[in-house]
Design a protein around this ligand. Structure first.
Ligand code: GLU
Length: 316
């Protein structure tokens, strides 16, 4: 199966009403890396006369930090990055994910899996496949039944195992990233049947993000390049669920001095938004990273003036 999204007849366009979003996980306050994603997606939306929504991706509850959502909101406000509509919270939208999972079950595309990471690693080792530490293991299909079946509501609500989506053979996804150009991924070779619901009952980011982007009518996804490798599988789920595929722009990542992505794990420090001067300094750093030049650099420039100039200058 080959899906070439770039060849779709009607990809969303700004003329249809641009809707973008910033979708932080509340695992901590914004750092220089997440500000780049926030600013880039905000500028892209504003340049196109579009809306910019804020979605708090708080599904992976064990990783969420209490209060981080509000901290992120106050940091965005301090930087003048105002959003449209009420912020949405994934933790309050579980019913939608349940319906989507039910639809995939109706298409007979799901199966339960009881493999632990160790079992998967052993199965791969038996096949002579070593997975480098920082890479996802390709699921070898250990639990995949020969014939996919329809499960009852009760069965898919069971949380004693994970639920995986069954990929067709040769599931090759092609798409155009508006920054990085043509992208191509063979999901069978690079990923295998992937998890939509975990055995602790949590819906995965992959399912939730696809459902939310469709439900909120998102036309443009502008986010960090660390998420690029997730895009093909998200496009695959969009196709299965009959959703439109948004346009994608993946932005350059901010790395620390060890070449690592900024994150809580790599002890990234939060941006300083204690006053307008500090917030503007953070915005200027983020803009520099995004390649924006010629912006007002005077001491007396306000954030509003600076953002207006940055919107005009936005080309990415
Ligand atoms: N919640 C994800 C993160 O903070 C971003 C998801 C997305 O933009 O698709 O990395």
């Amino acid at each position: 199966m080959i899906l070439a999204v770039s060849k779709l007849k009607n990809p969303p366009s700004p003329a249809d009403g641009y809707r973008g979003r910033f979708a932080p996980s509340p695992t901590g306050p914004l750092h220089a890396g997440s500000l780049v994603a926030a600013l880039g997606s905000w500028l892209d939306a504003r340049k196109n006369g579009g809306q910019w929504l804020l979605r708090i991706e708080d599904l992976d509850t064990p990783r969420c930090i209490l209060g981080a959502d509000l901290q992120i909101q106050s940091q965005l406000l301090a930087c003048g990055l105002f959003w449209d509509e009420e912020p949405s919270y994934q933790s309050r939208r579980q019913d939608l994910y349940k319906v989507a999972l039910g639809r995939l079950n109706g298409l007979q595309k799901l199966y339960p899996c009881s493999c632990s990471r160790q079992i998967i690693a052993n199965a791969l080792a038996n096949l002579g496949i070593q997975t480098p530490r920082n890479q996802e293991m390709v699921y070898p299909g250990t639990c995949r039944p020969e014939h996919l079946e329809l499960y009852s509501q009760d069965e898919i609500a069971q949380t004693s195992h994970t639920w995986r989506v069954a990929l067709p053979e040769n599931c090759h996804i092609d798409f155009e990233d508006l920054v990085l150009g043509h992208q191509s991924q063979n999901l069978n070779q690079q990923l295998g049947d992937f998890v939509l619901r975990r055995n602790d009952g949590l819906f995965t980011y992959q399912l939730a993000v696809v459902v939310d982007d469709a439900d909120q009518g998102i036309t443009h996804i502008v986010r960090g390049e660390d998420l690029l490798s997730n895009t093909a599988r998200q496009i695959y789920l969009q196709k299965l669920l009959g959703y439109a595929t948004p346009l994608y722009k993946h932005l350059p990542l901010v790395l620390n001095e060890h070449g690592e992505k900024l994150s809580k794990q790599t002890l990234a420090t939060q941006i300083n938004t204690q006053d307008e001067k500090c917030s503007l300094a953070e915005l200027r750093k983020a803009a520099k990273h995004l390649g924006l030049t010629g912006l007002p650099d005077g001491e007396s420039t306000t954030i509003a003036e600076w953002l207006l100039a940055a919107t005009h200058a936005w080309r990415l």
